[in-house]
Design a protein around this ligand. Structure first.
Ligand SMILES: [Zn+2]
Length: 479
């Protein structure tokens, strides 16, 4: 008779204690537990931690004891898996004309499906569309990798490519930068096809004075030092460095400027007169000036070896829209016109340029992984190209840790976004990649994707496979 009330009192007291404990615990949306964390900054493996997410942010990274203070709504057990920040492809393009807007939009899930949670768009001919996507993705109303974009690129008068802002005078440069600043672009892309070297340097100077970061090629009439001393932020495409890797740089540059040598001939002569000491000195001054390199090796590799590799049956073509596939033709046709000597020169310049990678790292130049994928660049596929790119970095002498740094840390560092990206730590973006194998042991493990978290949204393997299947079905149904 007397035990029953006592038991109910005891139970009631226990419930109160349990409720008060639950209300004191910190709410989280998701706990990722059991995986080995990869610290990309030093290649360390960290075990025994749980990553707690809330919204689009990492709430905390805690050990088992501290985990008791949290009440995650859901827990994913990831024993045997490897967890790291999502990858960045820091050189992509969207373009091919307004008719291809939907095909370009269909590239966004391909990036997510391959663990790429951020892209740096280096401008195409759809700048306003990309700016709109950037806002919608940031607002959470559209899914896709976080986009950092230059908006429209600066070009000289009567440019080859569309979607540019034409500038011919310092006042026009200033007006263009006003416009881009108004659009809050993430950096300024400068293309030199029809731009005079004086206006190119003027654009670098003015952008730097405004605190805007810049990305560009190296015009044939200028030396590497001309551009870096005016504050160039990122030099796109590693082959340009070969021009500065010869004691003849100034002489060859002047001959091109005077119209006595073509750019291509000058490049061939640069490769022939390559000098490692000169190359290292150039890299050291590049590093001192704070100019980073975006190698885009994979695109160059594909184009250089088109004589050997037939990509026309690549399975990945099934994910690329018909219109975008058609933009691949021009490089293929151009490469097909090369005779044996030109093909040999293509191979030689690719190998020489790729071989500069370990020296760049030794001399302190920031290496930012970028692929040039999107349109025009044949068989350089959005999504997979980044994995091919960093695999080449390892093949040509970087360590797997350095290769991962180029795709995780260097992009945010260039944009001044390290407080939000680059590591698995509290207050960082909930942009994560969970792999089945350790990429520090074998870089190809970045392709073994178990799940992706983009802006706090979880894409497990089944969901990623559905996204890929949807894209393939959409392409197959194109008229
Ligand atoms: Zn490009």
């Amino acid at each position: 008779m007397r035990t029953l009330p006592a038991l109910s009192v005891l139970l009631a007291a226990l419930c109160v204690a349990h409720d008060s404990l639950a209300s004191e615990r910190i709410g989280a949306d998701l706990a990722l537990t059991g995986a080995t964390l990869i610290d990309v900054s030093d290649g360390a493996l960290v075990r025994g931690k749980t990553v707690l997410l809330k919204g689009d942010t990492i709430l905390a990274v805690v050990d088992r004891k501290a985990l008791r203070a949290y009440a995650p709504r859901k827990t994913l057990r990831l024993a045997g898996k490897y967890l790291m920040p999502g990858l960045w492809d820091s050189h992509v393009h969207f373009g091919g004309g307004p008719a291809l807007i939907e095909e370009n939009q269909r590239l966004l899930p391909l990036y997510i499906a391959h663990g790429i949670t951020a892209v740096r768009d280096c401008s195409g001919d759809l700048p306003d569309t990309v700016l709109d996507w950037r806002s919608r993705i940031n607002a959470g109303t559209m899914s896709g990798p976080t986009i950092f974009t230059s908006g429209a690129k600066l070009e000289g008068l009567k440019p080859l490519w569309k979607g540019t802002i034409e500038v011919g005078t310092p006042a026009e440069v200033s007006a263009a930068l006003d416009k881009l600043q108004g659009q809050k672009v993430d950096f300024v892309k400068i293309t030199e096809n029809t731009m005079t070297p004086q206006i190119y340097l003027e654009a670098l100077r003015q952008a730097k004075a405004r605190g805007m970061r810049t990305s560009a090629h190296l015009p044939v009439q200028l030396t590497l030092n001309d551009a870096t001393e005016q504050g160039l932020g990122t030099l796109e495409h590693q082959a340009y460095l070969l021009r500065a890797a010869t004691p003849r740089e100034k002489e060859l540059t002047d001959l091109v400027a005077q119209g006595k040598l073509s750019g291509r001939e000058a490049m061939a002569q640069s490769v022939d007169s390559y000098d490692e000491h000169v190359a290292r000195v150039a890299m050291r001054s590049m590093a001192a000036a704070g100019t980073a390199i975006v190698p885009t090796l994979y695109g160059s590799y594909v184009t250089s070896y088109l004589d050997q590799d037939d990509h026309r049956q690549d399975a990945y073509l099934q994910y690329i829209g018909k219109g975008l596939r058609a933009t691949y033709d021009w490089r293929v046709q151009r490469a097909a016109q090369d005779g044996p000597a030109a093909i040999a020169a293509r191979h030689a310049s690719f190998e020489k340029a790729a071989g500069l990678l370990p020296m760049l790292a030794q001399e302190g130049v920031q290496i930012i992984a970028g692929t040039d994928a999107g349109f025009l660049n044949s068989y350089d596929y959005p999504g997979t190209a980044l994995h091919d790119e960093i695999a080449l970095y390892v093949k040509y002498g970087l360590t797997p840790t350095q290769a991962l740094q180029s795709a995780v840390l260097a992009g945010p560092r260039f944009l001044g976004k390290l407080e939000r990206y680059g590591s698995v730590a509290s207050n960082k973006a909930a942009d994560l990649l969970v792999l089945d194998a350790n990429p520090l042991r074998d870089i190809s493990a970045t392709r073994k994707i178990h799940l992706v978290v983009s802006r706090g949204v979880v894409y497990d393997r089944a969901r990623l496979d559905r996204m890929l299947a949807d894209t393939k079905a959409w392409v197959a149904a194109q008229p």
